[in-house]
Design a protein around this ligand. Structure first.
Ligand SMILES: Nc1ncnc2c1ncn2[C@@H]1O[C@H](COP(=O)(O)OP(=O)(O)OP(=O)(O)O)[C@@H](O)[C@H]1O
Ligand SMILES: Cc1cn([C@H]2C[C@H](O)[C@@H](COP(=O)(O)O)O2)c(=O)[nH]c1=O
Length: 218
């Protein structure tokens, strides 16, 4: 059974870049690795709906619980492929996983209700839906201003033509998301965490340096 490593963090911190770089580096070192990213835009029933609300085509689900269930269903529909990947590879890298749901949807709750929301999502996804718990989660951290600049550099996305999607445009939400990740790291929610700084002195670190540090943690 392969090792499940989740790459987590706020929007634009370089998760996709690090996930792909990590996969390439592991494969080059003779370890079999693959990347699975969430949401599965356009590929699952829930993924289609998620893409539509992030693009502003339909309203964002009013309650965080409803949005959380959609994201969880997206992963549940992909569970057979997750299991196949874990059976076939030494390392399966997740570009966002359950902790993203906990960080973002808890950030949409009143402040006193965030812990309960995170616990509810963890129970839904790992309990009811039977999704595997990560062996390790990496929290990629950068200052929010730099992450925002990185979002503007992103290539065309499959689900939106806008520079910022519904969650990226909401700076206050992004700040609460970061605080929620920091709580998850401190409390080791959903398994062990390591923090990797994706930037230094106001600029992104070279992707290879970030990947080397993640490999050392694995
Ligand atoms: N270490 C890095 N050095 C230079 N540029 C980077 C680095 N990491 C990411 N980028 C660039 O920043 C932009 C955002 O990166 P990426 O898509 O990896 O972020 P992300 O965290 O996956 O974003 P999101 O969560 O919003 O999907 C891309 O244009 C990417 O090429
Ligand atoms: C997987 C997942 C994601 N989200 C949020 C986080 C982002 O703002 C968007 C989409 O992610 P992307 O990396 O920008 O493509 O959705 C979430 O709230 N819950 C989740 O499970």
């Amino acid at each position: 059974m392969g090792k499940l490593v989740a790459i987590e963090g706020a929007d634009g911190v370089g998760k996709n870049t690090a996930s792909r770089g990590l996969c390439d580096a592991l494969n080059a070192a003779g370890r079999s690795a693959t990347v699975i990213g969430f949401p599965r835009y356009g590929e699952t029933l829930a993924g289609v709906t998620i893409g539509r609300f992030l693009a502003g085509e339909v309203p964002v689900p009013v309650t965080p619980h409803a949005a959380a269930v959609l994201y969880a269903l997206d992963r549940f529909e992909w569970l057979p492929r997750i299991q196949e990947a874990l059976a076939a590879h030494d390392v399966v890298i997740f570009d966002r996983y359950i902790a993203s749901n906990m960080a973002y949807q808890a950030a949409r709750m009143q402040s006193g209700d965030t812990d309960a929301m995170m616990a509810w999502i963890a129970a839904l996804e790992t309990g009811q839906f039977g999704l595997p718990v990560p062996a390790l989660s990496i929290y990629l951290d950068t200052p929010w201003e730099l992450a925002r600049a990185m979002i503007l550099q992103k290539a065309q996305r499959s689900y939106t033509d806008q520079s910022f999607d519904a969650y990226e445009a909401d700076i206050a939400l992004q700040q609460r998301v970061r605080a929620n990740y920091e709580s998850m790291v401190a409390a080791a929610l959903l398994g062990p965490w390591r923090v990797v700084r994706a930037s230094e002195g106001g600029a992104m670190r070279p992707p290879a340096a970030i990947v080397d540090e993640i490999i050392a943690h694995i």
